[in-house]
Design a protein around this ligand. Structure first.
Ligand code: SF4
Ligand code: SF4
Length: 363
């Protein structure tokens, strides 16, 4: 009865969100430039950054932040700067400070290599409240994926610096799980606990950007099943760190409610929106550009947010119908994560739920 109530409440909540057309997570990809060139980067980021001339200026992004704050309560919005590597953008602190002055909560996702006393102090001054650091497993796994020997040690040094400088905000780890690191996660978590990390969020690798060419890194059905079982069991026995799965897809009642703090929910285009380096507006930074909805150089973000996004909202069922037609799980799943679309794979590969059922049927 309790579970049913939770479920009904959740479905109600999802409908309310769709009707409200309110923005809660505003992601900004300031640049495709990165100090690393990871073999599994979903964004094709490079050190040379050939797209620099197309990047939004400081003025353009600040103007947009101001306009959004006139239409929505900025205090309810997380402004999260992604990348590329956001610490390479020389105006990051200026934009962060400005966002904070308008009421936004300011966060970044970074590979952590550039965190040092100087950058941490500057981030504190800019009122950063949330930092998510990408680290993909123990040193050997991380460095192979990052294509850089020593990346792990540099990131750990950056994390330690945050704590030494008494960083007041939330520090979490984002870990992309592939066939390379899937069976080394407990060892990895053991290394993070003494550092003071509060949350680690695992996300299965998906075929976007450079990762598309890395078929050997994709999780097999069994590896996916083992990953979810690991998270479920770990959450039952340990509470020194919050281990969770990202909102990447729906996995059925056996796992939902056990692998994260909430039921699966993809908020792309419903409460999450993103502005890319060249002004493109889309549901989230890691979604295929095929699903872009406009550009702030032509129309304001608010106009695009209010008037477009049909595929993400009313048209979602139609869009996913080649894969999800007649699926009894639709009401809970709604196609899983939007970022899984357009990976040139068939429907069976897109659906985590079906992968798990295949494993169950083999037993
Ligand atoms: S995955 Fe992250 S750290 Fe690696 S190249 Fe892409 S943006 Fe940079
Ligand atoms: S077929 Fe579609 S709606 Fe059904 S579980 Fe899979 S992804 Fe979700």
């Amino acid at each position: 009865m309790h579970k049913l109530k939770t479920l009904l409440k959740f479905l109600e909540y999802k409908e309310e969100l769709k009707e409200a057309i309110s923005i809660r997570y505003l992601m900004w990809e300031p640049s495709l430039m990165c100090n690393l060139e990871c073999i599994h980067c979903s964004n094709l980021c490079t050190q040379s950054n050939t797209m620099k001339s197309k990047e939004l200026t400081t003025f353009e992004i600040k103007k947009e932040l101001l306009d959004i704050s006139k239409h929505y309560d900025a205090r309810e919005i997380y402004f999260v700067v992604t990348g590329g590597e956001p610490l390479l953008r020389s105006d990051l602190m200026e934009v962060g400070k400005y966002a904070y002055s308008l009421g936004y909560k300011f966060g970044i996702t970074t590979n952590g290599i550039l965190l040092n006393t100087h950058t941490v102090k500057a981030l504190q001054k800019a009122n950063l409240s949330n930092i998510a650091i990408s680290l993909d497993g123990i040193a050997s796994d991380n460095d192979e994926l990052r294509n850089y020997i020593g990346a792990y040690n540099k990131t750990i040094k950056g994390i330690k610096c945050l704590f030494e400088q008494n960083f007041k905000g939330t520090v979490s780890i984002l870990c992309c799980v592939s066939s390379l690191n899937v069976y080394h996660l407990e060892e990895f978590i053991d290394e993070l606990i003494p550092l003071g990390i509060s949350t680690i969020r695992f996300t299965p690798i998906f075929g976007q950007g450079r990762a598309l060419g890395q078929k050997n890194l994709m999780l097999s059905d069994k590896e996916l099943h083992d990953l979810l079982t690991f998270i479920k069991e770990y959450r039952k026995k340990e509470n020194k760190i919050n281990v969770t799965l990202g909102d990447d897809g729906y996995y059925g009642v056996e796992f939902e409610c056990h692998i994260r703090n909430n039921l699966h929910y993809c908020g792309a285009g419903i409460e999450w929106g993103a502005i890319l380096y060249d002004g493109t507006v889309i549901g989230a930074t890691h979604i295929s550009k095929k699903y872009k909805e406009g550009n702030i150089r032509d129309n304001s973000f608010v106009e695009i947010w209010k008037n477009n996004f049909y595929d993400y909202r009313e048209g979602r069922k139609e869009l996913f119908s080649p894969y999800c037609k007649d699926c009894e799980e639709w009401i809970l799943c709604e196609g899983g994560g939007f970022h899984l679309l357009d990976q040139q794979i068939d429907g069976n590969e897109l659906c985590g739920y079906k992968k798990l059922r295949r494993i169950e049927n083999e037993k």
